[in-house]
Design a protein around this ligand. Structure first.
Ligand code: PMP
Length: 455
């Protein structure tokens, strides 16, 4: 390793202050707090420019699967790099992408054999929406243009995905430029360590029935994040909800788009939620864990029936005109293929199940057992720990995340909900460390500014 240059952190800190504008970040706060520069990663650990290490409790924004600097993924990446770094998939193909399509089709529900690549989760969703819209035009039902989405959804930051999303704090101001979507209330389920505290999907299904009875003939698709709504609140859905929705969409002739950008690739247990539930959507959107957090790559899978509707003579203008320059990049495809093989191996030999069990036990022990968090939600390798209610301006969640850094943990808060989303390969010792430091940081912050009500 190269020796740490004493001036380096100071220099990049100055440059960041002058040039950087970070996503989803109130830059006034960013400028006011000590900035952290991650220089390298090893396994589940991140190292800053001063050589300090931190457990990556956020899996580098929910993407990392096999840890950082994984030798197998590195080898797959270098192997591809030595052949070609990028070639377009616009009218050409590359064998790495083609082999990945076969792999994706093998883990997806049987009917989803067609793969359309892109390079981020928003795009994977945008593509599914546009494919559904165009499909109905080509199928002679152009009146089917409506969309149904869930309250509290998050599908990305482009205008199409903001239109079907419902994260007011992030996107509300753009609504005048968004298209309308019909809404179904998101069902509620508080579950942790396998214990279900609240579970209600009746209001959601009743509203969906109402909407479909009234509008199925003019509705193109329903879009949802199955099992967990992530970015807009980390809300769990009751098990079985997905199946109920899928059956209703099928009966009503409305496409089902599943956004597994966050929950896919083992994050909540199974490789894919839809396959686990025996649900075959019309479109399946994948990103984040697809390349194990290495490179930007996304995929939208669909059926042969959808694909065939787009076939025809050139002058019929049935082709799907959507594509981005770096769509289906072969470096990402090479890493994704290797990553899926590695996840399959972990699932086959029981390592994945062991990690899930250790995580669940830690959530019970530290999350529920500590008494610090009024609400704890967990499914698979994700947990949401709600802090006691405090005024928004106190920024308690952010304070806990900043305090956790001092104890060697990178944590992320969504408002006053602490999110725990580690790499899938986290060890039992690392899980212990993660929860110990998170509860410690929480105690320090709560003790430093006790609630006015004493709660
Ligand atoms: N869908 C879901 C469910 C997500 O969680 C996200 C990202 N948090 C997206 C879509 C958008 O993905 P990206 O940030 O790669 O555009």
């Amino acid at each position: 390793m190269t020796p740490v240059d004493e001036n380096r952190t100071e220099r990049v800190d100055r440059l960041d202050g002058v040039h950087a504008w970070h996503p989803f970040t109130q830059m006034s706060e960013h400028r006011a707090h000590p900035r952290l520069f991650i220089e390298r990663g090893e396994g589940c650990w991140l190292y800053d420019t001063e050589g300090n290490r931190y457990l990556d409790g956020n899996a580098s924004i929910w993407t990392n699967v096999h840890g950082h600097n994984d030798p197998d993924l590195n080898a797959a990446l270098v192997g591809q790099l030595e052949r070609i770094a990028h070639s377009t998939t616009l009218g050409l193909a590359h064998p790495t992408g083609t082999r990945l399509s076969e792999k994706l089709a093998s883990i997806a529900p049987e009917g989803l054999q067609r793969v359309f690549y892109s390079d981020n989760g928003s795009n994977a969703v945008e593509i599914a929406l546009k494919l559904s819209f165009q499909y109905w035009q080509l199928a002679g039902q152009p009146e089917k243009t409506g969309v149904i989405a869930l309250n509290g959804a998050y599908h990305g930051d482009t205008f199409g995905t903001m239109s079907v999303g419902d994260s007011g704090g992030f996107h509300g101001r753009f609504s005048p430029w968004c298209f309308p979507a019909d809404r179904v209330p998101a069902p509620v389920c508080d579950e942790a360590g396998g214990i279900v505290h609240a579970s209600d999907m009746s209001a959601s299904l009743a509203r969906l029935d109402e909407l479909l009875a009234e509008k199925a003939a003019t509705t193109a698709c329903l879009i949802m994040e199955p099992w967990v709504q992530g970015s807009a609140g980390m809300r769990l859905q009751p098990r079985g909800f997905l199946k109920e929705v899928a059956a209703r969409c099928r009966r009503a002739g409305v496409h089902l788009i599943l956004d597994e950008v966050f929950v896919g690739f083992g994050r909540v247990g199974p490789m894919l939620v839809c396959r686990e539930e025996g649900v075959e959507p019309d479109f399946l959107c994948l990103a984040k864990g697809l390349t194990a957090g290495y490179l930007p790559l996304a995929a939208t899978l669909t059926t042969e029936a959808v694909f065939e509707a787009f076939l025809g003579r050139f002058e019929e203008y049935k082709a799907f005109y959507h594509g981005h320059t770096f769509t289906g990049n072969p470096l990402g495809a090479a890493v994704a293929h290797k990553s899926i093989e590695k996840i399959e191996a972990r699932m086959a030999d029981g390592r994945h199940a062991e990690t899930l069990a250790a995580f669940e036990a830690a959530v019970l022990n530290y999350g529920l057992g500590s008494g610090l968090f009024p609400v704890v939600r967990q499914r698979g390798l994700l947990a949401a720990l709600e802090l006691p209610a405090r005024p928004v301006a106190e920024r308690t969640g952010l304070k806990v995340a900043l305090e956790a850094r001092k104890h060697g943990l990178i944590a992320r808060a969504l408002g006053d909900t602490l999110l725990v989303v580690p790499p899938l390969v986290i060890s039992s010792d690392e899980i212990e460390f993660l929860f110990q430091q998170l509860t410690r940081a929480t105690q320090i912050v709560l003790n430093a500014s006790p609630s006015p009500t004493g709660a």
